[in-house]
Design a protein around this ligand. Structure first.
Ligand code: GLN
Length: 244
């Protein structure tokens, strides 16, 4: 891991890339480059081996069947496990989030084995969760309130080795009755938020970048993406400009 260069691996765009989640790679590239950090991005198809030397691995959302296939291929490949053992950062959305856990629910609700990299367990929920989410991020992560878009049947329970990423203010999130959205463990972070999440929430993008680089980053001037975040906050929580 070098601090003036970052290697981003976008895992399986042919299987996991719903709702524009690829935008997460673009915003990481952009926010790194604005700070003079060179980027290399690998768009890794599901028939290619996972390179174990990435600094940050991104996974997006997907329909049930591509999600099952992606989980099988990642389990067989083993490259993501090696990368995590080497300290890589992982940011995963929805189907990608569920895949990182011990298991998730398939299209008939059958349990499908995940990668076991994040201490979560997902299963088929009662109702599909669709709509905007706003949540308050765990204070130790130092990221202001985040917004996203969710669309999932799965619900997720967090085990003792992982922590909730955020507390839901509006929307469903993990949907297991605990009121949380997403989970993280070390440098692995999963969320149900599409949006894409890192485009809508620049401070979250910077957290992922700082984990991947192993250092704090100088702030950037507020940009259109800050304005986008504020617009979504006040659209979902209109009272007092986003304050509940
Ligand atoms: N197929 C999964 C579910 O419905 C993930 C959906 C998604 O990635 N949007 O829970």
């Amino acid at each position: 891991m070098s601090s003036d260069r970052i290697k981003i691996v976008w895992i399986y765009p042919d299987l996991l890339s719903t709702y524009g989640d690829q935008g997460n790679t673009i915003v990481l590239e952009r926010r790194a480059q604005l700070r003079g950090i060179a980027t290399e991005t690998v768009h890794l198809r599901s028939d290619e081996p996972v390179p174990p030397d990435g600094d940050v691995y991104l996974l997006g959302g997907g329909e049930d069947r591509p999600q099952i296939l992606a989980a099988q291929r990642l389990r067989n490949d083993g490259g993501l496990h090696r990368a995590v053992q080497n300290g890589a950062t992982v940011f995963a959305v929805c189907a990608g989030y569920q895949i990182l856990g011990h298991e998730f629910g398939g299209e008939e609700g059958q349990p499908v084995p995940g990668l076991g990299l994040l201490d979560i367990r997902s299963y088929r929920g009662q109702n599909r969760a669709v709509g905007e989410v706003v949540s308050e991020v765990a204070s130790e992560l130092n990221v202001p309130r985040v917004t996203g878009f969710e669309n999932h049947m799965g619900a997720t329970a967090i085990g003792p080795n992982a922590r909730p990423f955020s507390k839901v203010l509006s929307g469903v999130g993990n949907g297991d009755g605990q009121g949380f959205e997403g989970a993280y463990q070390g440098r692995i972070l999963g969320t149900y938020m599409h949006g894409p999440a890192l485009v809508r929430n620049p401070a979250l993008a910077d957290l992922v970048l700082s984990w991947a680089l192993g250092r704090e980053l100088p702030p950037l001037p507020p940009s259109w993406s800050e304005r986008l975040r504020e617009e979504r906050l006040s659209a979902v929580l209109p009272a007092a400009n986003g304050q509940p």
